[in-house]
Design a binder for this molecule. Structure first.
Ligand code: IVH
Length: 674
């Protein structure tokens, strides 16, 4: 029903949809965006507005549906035209060699079989149906025969095409069923769970559960906020699609705009499959998502058809699973470590085991509640898990191995490092050492400050930080900027050259972006992601420091717990001083959005006492350049009194009138980047 609508409006809506689909494809499928995020957002807003003004122009293909649709009461059931089978598993080379023999036997051939091998993603299988190039339905695998209709949810996944466009002049099939694995990256999973913890929601056990839970939301607006992605790996029923090999099908799908895994290997021999498995099992930790093996598929479609399937799985494919990332071993002792924010973490010492190729001799026990919940005791035989680059953890106790000799563990009443009292805050499972000057906390804070995502000071590693703190050479962040070659070269395992390199690295680290600077402060709940959000939202350190709880909560991605933690951090004098000292140490924050012009416009300053680095006229100049004004005496109209050493009577008068009294460092900060 488009009668009566200005054709120009109709055209505009069509153009916007087309452009948004294209940019979406470039961004999420090709990973090669052409326009900025803000430009994309602007176009999306324009389309949303037009669709609101002209509801008759609504369409199931509109990119605006990526943000979700009104909630459903329940999911409808769908029957898959071709069952979505599962796969047989192999665990060692001989299982795959045996699979290859079986294939040859069933095909009655001696010749080499050609395979395609793909990473086996650990996610959730879905099927999408396209009619004349438009997405019409999406369903979960369900029990393989019947799935649930989750079309609105699938539309929110940015790498799911809503409209197909032939990228290489290939005909678009009039009917197409395509299958793929929906997953969440490791990083997105971590972020999602951090957010859930902050909202007092139970965290997801693993990225697979998170993906499954997100896909099965009746309210697709929730799904839209989950970082779901998809790789396509196969087809169901398709019209006019004559392909002879599985590899060709995958590339044909790619040419239609479907995202396929870049790590697949097509048309390879059995030996190459085994090499591929080894390569991928070594590199799996480097991939941004979890994979649990390799799927090996007979490449020829004719051969696949001849081989057929059992009721459970096809005879032409097998999953070659990776080695367990869980092993059993024994706990020989429990040590308590003190972290950057004072949290006491119990860590189990283990009889060393190799898990997925890495030697593991310690595993985190998280906290007291976890030890109780899992009833972990010293001497227990336990199941230990190592996933990717995360710290190994104890999954559970093997009860049958209990001898009765095991010793229960109790968390200490005092900090094991500085002996201060420990407290357990209400609604927290962690015990904390309350002494912020505890050397363990100091060391961990400084390690964090110098780490990769923060100041990234090359050479200032854990061991060196520990030595420097133990020798009393550094205590605060700013002390790092006072280190020189003479101090460093006398340390263990340090020569003139390395000392010079470190001083050089410290110097280089002094130019830093705002997000890294914020992250480096080690504020609780402020990881790299939140630091990025804060940097974008506030644009400058000064704005962030003065943000109220309300200002913070108003930012998308910042919840009440995070807001409280940030506001609390900057309310403490020692933290503000610490930030001032870092800046005074010569650190320059690059890329701060300059304060709105006139940020100091109309502000009235008075100077008193002797300033350390500025003459009176220099101070006056920087204030005036920033839009402020300098007057000679303090009155009710004065906004700031800048006080140096030996201040005069102006100080008392300002104090009496409640005028803000600031020092030279603060003055410099207020006027930075103006
Ligand atoms: S092929 C009949 N390819 O593994 C062929 N499956 O255990 C079965 N999976 O339900 C699917 N990555 O969820 C295939 N590259 C891939 C896969 C893959 C992950 C999942 C899929 C399937 C399960 C079978």
């Amino acid at each position: 029903m488009q009668e009566g609508i200005d054709p120009l409006v109709i055209k505009k809506v069509e153009d916007l949809r087309k452009a948004l689909h294209r940019h979406n494809y470039r961004y999420y499928v090709l990973d090669d965006p052409e326009i900025s995020d803000s430009e994309y957002d602007r176009m999306m807003q324009e389309l949303i507005k037009l669709e609101t003004d002209y509801p008759d122009l609504s369409s199931p293909d509109s990119p605006t549906l990526r943000v979700g649709a009104p909630p459903l009461d329940k999911f409808e059931t769908v029957v898959h035209s071709i069952p979505m089978l599962s796969l047989d598993n192999g665990f060692k080379d001989s299982d795959i060699i045996e699979f290859d023999r079986r294939v040859k036997r069933n095909l009655d051939t001696d010749g080499d079989i050609i395979y395609t091998a793909e990473p086996k993603l650990d996610g959730v299988a879905i099927e999408l149906v396209y009619e004349n190039g438009r997405l019409v339905t999406a369903s979960t695998r369900g029990d393989g025969f019947n799935g649930e209709l989750i079309t609105s949810n699938a539309r929110t996944i940015r790498s799911v095409p809503m409209v197909l466009e032939s990228k290489e002049d290939k005909n678009i099939p009039s009917y197409l069923e395509v299958r793929g694995e929906v997953f969440i990256r490791k990083e997105g999973f971590k972020r999602l769970n951090d957010e859930r913890l902050q909202q007092n929601l139970p965290p997801f056990a693993n990225p697979r559960n998170a993906a499954a839970g997100s896909l099965r939301q009746l309210d697709s607006r929730i799904t839209a906020n989950r970082p779901l992605e998809i790789f396509f790996y196969g087809i169901g029923v398709v019209s006019d699609f004559d392909m002879e090999s599985h590899g060709d099908i995958l590339y044909a799908l790619q040419a239609l705009g479907f995202r396929i895994n870049p790590n697949i290997r097509c048309k390879i021999t059995l030996n190459e499959v085994l090499d591929y498995y080894r390569e991928l099992s070594e590199k799996r930790h480097l991939l941004p998502y979890d994979i649990d093996g390799v799927v090996v598929k007979v490449d020829g479609i004719g051969l696949q058809q001849t081989l057929g399937a059992t009721s459970r799985s096809p005879r032409w494919a097998i999953a070659y699973k990776f080695k367990a990332i869980q092993e059993t071993t024994r706990i020989t002792g429990i040590e308590v470590q003190v972290g950057r924010t004072g949290v006491l973490t119990p860590v189990a010492h283990l009889v060393p085991v190799t898990i997925g190729g890495v030697r593991v001799s310690r595993a985190t026990l998280h906290n007291e509640d976890e030890i109780k919940r899992k009833d972990i005791r010293i001497g227990d035989t336990v199941l230990v898990q190592r996933a990717g680059d995360v710290i190994p953890e104890v999954v559970k106790v093997i009860d049958s191995k209990r001898t009765g000799q095991e010793i229960r563990f109790k968390m200490p009443q005092h900090c094991p490092v500085c002996n201060s009292s420990v407290v357990r805050a209400e609604d927290e499972s962690a015990l904390r050492c309350i002494n912020t000057t505890c050397s363990a906390q100091v060391k961990e804070r400084i390690k964090h400050f110098a780490s990769k995502g923060a100041f990234d000071i090359d050479g200032l590693g854990d061991k060196l930080v520990e030595q420097l703190v133990d020798r009393g050479l550094i205590f605060s962040y700013a002390d790092i900027f006072g280190l020189n070659e003479d101090t460093l070269k006398n340390l263990e395992r340090m020569g003139q050259k390395s000392a010079a390199n470190i001083v050089d690295a410290i110097e280089k680290s002094k130019r830093i972006t705002l997000d890294r600077f914020i992250y480096s402060l080690g504020i609780r709940h402020v990881g790299e992601h939140v630091a990025g959000i804060l940097a974008t939202a506030f644009g400058s350190l000064e704005e962030l420091i003065h943000a109220t709880r309300d200002d913070l909560i108003a930012i998308q991605g910042v919840g009440p717990v995070v807001a409280e933690s940030i506001a609390d951090f900057f309310e403490q004098d020692e933290n503000r001083n610490s930030v001032n000292d870092i800046v005074a140490g010569g650190v320059q924050i690059s890329g701060e959005t300059p304060r709105k012009p006139g940020g100091l416009e109309g502000k009235v300053f008075v100077l008193t006492g002797t300033l350390e680095t500025l003459t009176r006229s220099q101070a006056k100049e920087i204030i005036e350049t920033a839009g402020g004004k300098v007057t000679g005496s303090v009155s009710r109209n004065t906004d700031y009194l800048v006080a140096g050493t030996s201040p005069g009577s102006k100080l008392k008068r300002a104090d009496d009138l409640g005028v803000d009294i600031i020092d030279e460092k603060t003055l410099k900060r207020l006027t930075i980047d103006q």
